[in-house]
Design a protein. Structure first.
Length: 320
């Protein structure tokens, strides 16, 4: 395995594979035989993803509400996301063993959230190298204990054996590995959804595992630290210029750039325009929560997130 730590220099159908059920927050579990919410599917040859629920984490989905992906090469397997618990990571590993005899050699954490990193405890026990952006590692170090307690309260015994385990290596711009002739690039493109968000780019396959850079089947959440103007800039300057043919988003089924642009970049632009018009009219925060977001009302988690998103964009734009 050749590894390079480098500085970063800066239409298809909507679904690429036949999947057993549409993503929906109304479906509690698609794969009762496993702790995983859904069985991994092969998106393109040798690239698999276990598509998580598009609902918030629950006991029923075992906290598997993000996508857990893996790349099989002739010299080992690369996993993208540690998973939301020790047992979820083990369940993913069990599925990997069904389709290949190659060992898992590397885990890439797409950000510092619990559902990306809490499963590190399992992978570290297997002696696997775990890599994340330096900001994601710092975020998990600061808030991992809080995330673990919330997970334990939510999924109970399904969080057994889970501990806060930090990545074994961090990077700032890009972490590039060539494994079995396959080039895999973990890239930090700039500010996006949360601190240390990365994408995993496979240039030979024109596929990007976008993490929380891109959403399409569920509404994206805007956190207190999510700078929407910066996210839009990162998208336009660094993410879309990748020219990816295939996109495995952080949540929801594999798709293409047109779909994630519509529900990520275009949604952020739309919401900022609505809130900006509200500000120009002298509107206050209380009314800003209810700016029109009806074009996106069909997305999962709309009811949970739309008003919060509008309020946070108002608070940002008030001082821009």
């Amino acid at each position: 395995m050749n590894v390079r730590l480098l500085p970063l220099n800066l239409a298809l159908v909507s679904a690429l594979v036949a999947l057993p059920a549409l993503a929906s927050e109304d479906i509690a579990d698609q794969y009762p035989a496993s702790l995983l919410y859904s069985k991994p599917v092969e998106v393109i040859p040798n690239v698999f993803s276990a598509i998580g629920a598009t609902a918030p984490p629950t006991y029923e989905n075992a906290g598997h509400n993000n996508n857990l992906s893996f790349i099989i090469t002739d010299d080992g397997v690369v996993v993208v996301n540690g998973g939301g618990s020790y047992l979820l990571a083990k369940a993913l590993h069990d599925e990997i063993k069904v389709v290949t005899d190659q060992p898992v050699k590397l885990v890439l954490n797409e950000n510092g959230q619990g559902h990306a990193m809490l499963g590190n405890s399992y992978w570290a026990e297997q002696g696997v190298e775990i890599v994340a952006h330096v900001d994601a590692a710092a975020e998990f170090e600061a808030y991992g204990g809080q995330s673990l307690r919330a997970t334990q309260a939510r999924v109970k015994e399904r969080a057994d054996q889970t501990t806060v385990t930090l990545p074994t290596q961090t990077f700032e711009d890009a972490y590039v590995v060539v494994m079995g002739g396959t080039e895999i690039e973990a890239r930090y493109l700039g500010p996006a959804h949360s601190p240390g968000d990365i994408v995993v780019w496979l240039p030979q396959q024109s596929l990007v595992i976008s993490g929380d850079m891109a959403f399409h089947e569920r509404m994206l959440p805007i956190f207190e630290h999510t700078m929407t103007a910066d996210w839009i800039e990162t998208w336009e300057v660094a993410f879309e210029p990748l020219g990816a043919t295939y996109v495995i988003p952080g949540h929801g089924h594999p798709t293409n750039m047109d779909q994630v642009r519509r529900y990520t970049h275009d949604y952020l632009v739309y919401l900022r325009e609505k809130v900006g018009a509200h500000l120009e009219a002298g509107g206050g925060l209380a009314e800003a929560f209810y700016v029109d977001q009806s074009p996106y009302a069909h997305l999962d988690t709309f009811e949970e997130l739309a008003t919060k998103n509008a309020g946070r964009v108002y608070e940002q734009m008030e001082f821009e």
